[in-house]
Every structure is written in C-alpha cells, then in structure tokens.
Write a protein that binds this ligand. Structure first.
Ligand code: NDP
Length: 332
C-alpha cells in the first residue's frame, strides 16, 4: 500500500485564484494491476495555462473536474511494475502531476533518458516550455536574418529560452520582465535591451530600445505589451502569440487591444499557436538544444517550491511574478 497526497480543485476561481480554491487529500494506492506501473513523482510543473483549465469553458484543453486531482506534467521513478516495458527505478515522464504517486497503464508514462541533465529540466528548458520557445520563434514567427526580436515575459520558463535562441541566431533582442532581479538575469543572458516594465512604461521604453522598430514579437503577456509591440512593429512584422497571462484572470472577455488597427496598415501577421500542434519539431528541438547546451550557449533558471502542500502556492506565484525561470515543485 502506498499513500499518495494529491491536489484537487475545490472550487473554480473567479478572477485571481487563491489557496481556498485548492484542497490537498490523501489516497491509498493498491499494488499496480496487470500492465500497470506505480510511479512516485519527484518533480511536477505548474504552468500558466492551467488557469484556463480551472474555468468551466470549452477550450483546447478540457476543464479540471471539481473534487478530483488536477493534471499536469511530472517526472518520477517507477516504484512497482506489472509491465515488462518498465522496471523499478526507471525514470518516467507523465501527465499525472499534482500528486505524489499514482498507478497507471505503462503506456500512459514515457521512459526518460536524461543524458546527464537534471531530471526536472524535462519539465522546463528541454521540455514543453523549451519546445514552445523553439516552435514559436522558428516556425510561427519564422525568424529571418536581421530581425529585431521583442520578447515579453522574458525571464520566465519560455521567455528565457526564446531570448537565448534568438541570440544564438544572431538577432538583436529586446526583453521585458518585471523587477530588477529579472532585468539583471536578462543582461546575463546577453539580451541587448532590457525593459523592467514595473519600473518604466513598456510602450515608450520599447520605442527607445528599438528606434527603427521591431520585426518579431514573441507575446507571453498580452495587454500593454502587445499594444507596445503593435506600435513599434515594422511593416510585415510577425507576432507569435504564445500566451497572454495579463488576461488569464479576467472575469469577462478581457481587455481590448488598443491600436490593433496598425496590423492592417503595417501588414502584420499575428498568429496564435499551441505547442502540442508542433510536436513534429521535437526531434529538431532536441538535437539543437543538446548542441547548444553542450556548447554552453543555453542557460536556464528554476524557482523551486518543496512538497505537494506548496504546489498551489507555486501556481499562484506565477501570477505575482514570483518566479525567475521555470517554476517547479520538488516532491521527493
Ligand atoms: P513564466 O515562467 O513566464 O511565468 C509567468 C510570468 O508571467 C510571471 O513570472 C510574470 O513575470 C508574468 N506575469 C504574470 N502576471 C502578469 C501580468 N499581469 N502582466 C505581465 N506579466 C505577468 O510562465 P511560462 O514561461 O510557463 O509561460 C509564459 C507564457 O507562455 C504564458 O502566457 C503561458 O500561458 C504561455 N505558454 C503557451 C504555450 C503554448 O503552447 N502556446 C505553452 C507554454 C506556455 P514578470 O515578473 O516578468 O511579470
């Protein structure tokens, strides 16, 4: 018998989520059935998109059920196996985070070869956020020689990788993030112009950083950042709309976008994307990232909360900007 504690959605947040929206409950796991494995999670991820799954609305990802354990990325270790494809001690990745341990069919988990990287990296730089950065920049924004690239949420899980890929490809990069510590980190990454949007308004700061305009905008934030990018964009600019976290807690349709009309005259292309539609790039992503990491060209930061009880708080911190790099929860 294994005891596992799990985080359940107790009530649907209205506006900014609070600790009261979550419950931590214990369950007892029996031995895994035929074809099943039992996994103890060592790390789980919290991601901004999970806020959308807390609403009872139809979206690309179904709503979390009330009173049940939530789902999300996790890595862990097989602690019992009833399937020949996996043995005790194997490292696996799954979509069964928000819990300490679980039983699942072996096919529901993926064996993980870490190639010497810390296992939690597969929830960050070389995992979903890394692929999001890669696909958004190289495919959606279709980066080309000479582009000036603007990145919002630049010191976060996705943003930190976007900035560095753009630098590796030889571009001028402007990164925006909130606070002096994040601004210093962006300078460390080689970002050419750093905007601390909490210290100065992003619109005028962007025009100062890019007096001749920007060609690519990688949007993680929406709102004023998107408006600033529309104003700074050069003709035929491309916007990769990755996320708009400033709007995720809106109780209606969110704010409008002032100045959107500029997309017409400047002939801009604004394209939203979801990383799961770009898994065909996984092979190229892994190959490039492995080379860049080996050459010391890509770095990343993590902010770590410990224990399942702190998982809801780790999630809430995303909306207060209290993470530098990837926000993770260490479980064991
Ligand atoms: P981050 O690590 O960037 O964490 C979230 C950050 O957002 C915070 O640290 C904070 O940074 C910033 N933020 C929070 N609230 C606001 C606000 N009101 N206004 C401006 N900034 C705010 O998260 P991720 O890297 O995981 O995700 C970044 C974006 O990418 C999100 O929008 C997410 O939904 C999206 N995403 C999209 C995917 C896709 O497939 N399209 C896949 C993965 C992520 P700061 O202190 O700088 O304000």
């Amino acid at each position: 018998m294994t005891i596992s504690r799990e985080v359940r959605l107790k009530s649907r947040p209205v506006g900014v989520p609070t600790a009261e929206n979550f419950d931590v409950a214990s369950v007892t796991l029996a031995a895994p059935g035929p074809g099943e494995v039992q996994v103890r999670n060592t790390w789980m991820t919290v991601d901004p998109y999970m806020r959308g799954r807390m609403n009872d609305v139809k979206s690309y990802s179904p709503p979390f059920a009330l009173g049940e354990a939530m789902q999300g990325g996790a890595v862990g270790e097989v602690i019992a196996s009833n399937d020949s494809s996996l043995k005790v001690g194997d490292l696996v990745q799954s979509f069964l985070g928000w819990r300490e341990a679980f039983n699942a069919p072996a096919a529901a988990v993926q064996k993980l070869e870490t190639h010497g990287l810390p296992v939690q990296t597969f929830l960050g730089a070389v995992g979903m956020p890394g692929l999001t950065a890669y696909a958004g920049l190289l495919r959606i924004a279709a980066l080309k020689d000479g582009d000036v690239v603007f990145v919002s949420g630049a010191a976060g899980a996705v943003g930190q990788i976007v900035c560095q890929i753009a630098k590796i490809k030889g571009h001028t990069v402007i990164g925006s993030a909130g606070g002096a510590e994040k601004a210093a980190y962006l300078r460390e990454l080689g970002v050419d112009h750093v905007i601390d949007y909490k210290a100065e308004a992003v619109g005028p700061a962007l025009l100062r950083a890019a007096p001749d305009g920007i060609d690519v905008y990688f949007d993680n934030v929406g709102g004023e950042h998107l408006e600033a990018a529309l104003t700074a964009a050069r003709p035929f600019g491309r916007f990769a709309l990755c996320g708009m976290i400033s709007q995720y807690n809106a109780t209606d349709m969110g704010e409008g976008v002032r100045g959107l009309i500029q997309a017409v005259g400047k002939q801009l292309r604004l394209e939203g994307f979801i990383v799961s539609s770009h898994v065909d790039m996984q092979g190229a992503f892994v190959k490039d990232m492995s080379e860049w990491i080996a050459a010391g060209k890509i770095k990343w930061r993590e902010t770590v909360e410990e224990g399942i009880d702190n998982a809801p708080n780790a999630f809430l911190k995303l909306f207060k900007g209290e993470n530098l790099g990837k926000m993770l929860v260490k479980l064991a």
